[in-house]
Design a protein around this ligand. Structure first.
Ligand SMILES: NC(=O)c1ccc[n+]([C@@H]2O[C@H](COP(=O)([O-])OP(=O)(O)OC[C@H]3O[C@@H](n4cnc5c(N)ncnc54)[C@H](OP(=O)(O)O)[C@@H]3O)[C@@H](O)[C@H]2O)c1
Length: 237
């Protein structure tokens, strides 16, 4: 791929989203940032902006809001006009113990991880097609090898995977849609139990958690993989 593409990064304030946005800027692509946290988006925009280029645009939107896909779409039209590619790196990792699982847990995780990203890709389909673009989404190894206390999250990631595979067919051959299925990069619950962290890390054949840079490497490779669609690339599993 030629550099200089306009790439929407969903979840741009997250551990992995920030790393993806930085890597895109570093190789000469133009990131468009979205997440909820305005000050963090603004700080990243300042960090990535270059004096000779327009400021890196950002759009604040809460994906729990039904209007979020439209808000992000309008933000893109207002700032960069169109996007060429999309990276989906958004959403929380809520602990939902099975005993207390509620309808809202499922509704909210499905909204953020699956419904909003799928509707946004749908809305951007013409942009992506005219740019011969790509969608790359981060998903979780737990979809095919589930773990406890995360039924809502894993259900939502499963919906995202199935939805994006269907979109890969709908949008072919102009747009490629691929996913990265991750083992653990950073374990949010690690501080609470270092032994658990060690146990989880050694469960992977490579014996450790991944780094954001290792995830970025795969995301960029899939953005550039012009002969792959509907694929799920497993790393760190
Ligand atoms: N890290 C891992 O080990 C791991 C493993 C497997 C899969 N993944 C997946 O990789 C992706 C990135 O993970 P990460 O570790 O970077 O997560 P993270 O640090 O928790 O970041 C999550 C991102 O999603 C945004 N977000 C959360 N709720 C949102 C909402 N309601 N509306 C809009 N944006 C929302 C957050 O930003 P705001 O708070 O600013 O909105 C943030 O930018 C996620 O999809 C995650 O499921 C991660």
């Amino acid at each position: 791929m030629q550099p200089g593409r306009k790439v929407l990064v969903m979840g741009a304030t997250g551990r992995l989203g920030v790393a993806v946005a930085r890597a895109l800027a570093h190789r000469g692509d133009r990131a468009i940032l979205t997440a909820r946290n305005g000050p963090r988006l603004e700080a990243l925009s300042v960090e990535l902006s270059r004096p000779e280029l327009p400021a890196v645009p950002f759009v604040c939107a809460d994906l729990l809001d039904d209007a979020a896909p439209e808000i992000i779409f309008d933000g893109i039209r207002r700032t960069v006009g169109k996007v060429d590619d999309v990276v989906i790196a958004c959403g929380p990792f809520p602990r939902t113990p099975f005993e207390t699982l509620r309808r809202d847990d499922l509704r909210q995780t499905l909204a953020v991880h699956a419904i909003a990203p799928l509707l946004l890709v749908h809305a951007l389909a013409e942009d992506l097609a005219s740019a011969r673009g790509a969608v790359v989404a981060l998903t979780d190894a737990g979809v095919t090898r589930p773990y406890t206390n995360h039924v809502a999250y894993l259900t939502a990631k499963g919906a995202l995977q199935t939805g994006l595979r269907a979109l890969a067919v709908e949008l072919a051959p102009e747009v490629r849609v691929n996913m990265v299925s991750l083992g653990i990069v950073a374990d949010p619950e690690a501080d609470a139990d270092p032994l658990r962290m060690h146990r989880l890390a050694t469960r992977s054949p490579l014996g450790r958690f991944g780094t954001a840079e290792e995830v970025v490497h795969v995301v960029l490779a899939l953005l550039d993989s012009t002969w792959a669609t509907g694929e799920i690339w497993g790393v760190g599993r």
